[in-house]
Design a protein around this ligand. Structure first.
Ligand code: AVJ
Length: 326
């Protein structure tokens, strides 16, 4: 039989971005996964978010770490040599506080930042090596689960895994449990996890943090459309979508959506497909779960950790938990 020539999609159609976009935009309601935010522009916009007056998250956690770094590192080391692994390290701007404390305690420290962004890891390495020459930086370009496996080479001392910034908040409770169980599986009893969680608080404070006056979060949200235009040859007009942040009381989470301001049809040329939007139809782009102390500790326990200590700020807006692998 002679070969039938089928019209072929470009190889890009099977890339992770293409698969995510095709699946997400054909679902109802339409969704896109938050990892799509973090192209170069999106990572830059996120750094801007962390400096906004309304976005209390980063500065609150940084203050907790600044105040308690020595105590955290001393407790995690338990008298042995400590190395640190950071999940989703990004540019690692808060980690210096902990690394500095480890250097004070033991003279030098090995630091394995894990991130999917090679450029962010390079920036982290360059900055840390200049600021803290006693830190040996060993970047791992991978997603967390894979990165943890690459690091599991036997090490004589204790490990401290940093999962800070409330990044865990992007996961549903079931997925968060899976992620932490995956981390636990790569640790030995006595190794530690430092988990940062953003707490439930008054709704006005939460909403302002995800819908700032300067519109940076709106640009961050819409950048996902700009990315799809570039990577999948699509024709979204970001001006024809509105940024929405809402509080979901039932699930205790902030949701971000992009709402279509009119009925429109979008071409995704690299996928040889079109997507229709009704007036007011939304794409759900992010969940940011907020925690209670009960939920955070239950999550740690069920994942195979024992809570050792916790630190919070005066308002109880953010909590940093130190837990040991059982
Ligand atoms: C990086 C997931 C912790 O949920 O606060 C900030 C991302 N989205 N503003 C968060 C985010 C909109 C952020 N995390």
């Amino acid at each position: 039989m002679s070969a039938i020539s089928l019209p072929k999609l470009p190889a890009i159609a099977s890339s992770p971005v293409a698969v995510e976009v095709l699946n997400g935009l054909t679902e109802r309601p339409k969704t896109l996964s938050p990892w799509l935010f973090y192209d170069q522009k999106g990572s830059q916009l996120f750094e801007e978010i962390t400096e906004l007056p309304e976005y209390y998250v980063t500065r609150t956690e940084r203050q907790i770490l600044a105040e308690h770094a020595e105590e955290i590192v001393t407790a995690a080391a338990g008298g042995r040599d400590l190395s640190m692994i950071e999940l989703g390290a990004g540019t690692a701007t808060k980690t210096g506080l902990l690394l500095n404390a480890a250097v004070g305690l033991q003279g030098s420290v090995i630091y394995y930042p894990i991130d999917v962004s090679e450029s962010a890891l390079e920036e982290a390495r360059t900055r840390l090596e200049a600021e803290l020459p006693e830190v040996i930086v060993e970047p791992i370009v991978a997603d967390y689960t894979e990165g943890m496996r690459q690091n599991s080479a036997s090490h004589p001392g204790r490990k401290l895994v940093l999962y800070i910034g409330s990044s865990i908040g992007n996961f549903s409770p079931a997925d968060a449990l899976e992620v932490l169980r995956g981390v636990r599986a790569q640790l030995l009893p006595g190794d530690c996890l430092l988990l940062g969680t953003d707490m439930v608080k008054d709704v006005d404070t939460l909403l302002a943090a995800y819908d700032d006056a300067a519109g940076v979060t709106a640009r961050f949200n819409k950048n996902i459309l700009v990315r799809i235009n570039r990577e999948l040859d699509a024709n979204f007009n970001p001006k024809l979508f509105r940024h929405r942040a809402r509080w979901n009381e039932e699930h205790k989470r902030i949701e971000m959506h992009l709402e279509s301001l009119l009925a429109q049809k979008i071409a995704l040329r690299a996928l040889d497909t079109q997507v229709r939007f009704a007036l007011g139809e939304t794409i759900h782009t992010e969940n940011s779960y907020k925690f209670t102390h009960e939920r955070a500790t239950a999550l740690l326990t069920r994942a195979g950790f024992k809570l050792r200590q916790q630190w919070t700020d005066a308002n109880h807006w953010f909590t940093v938990y130190l837990a040991a692998a059982c």
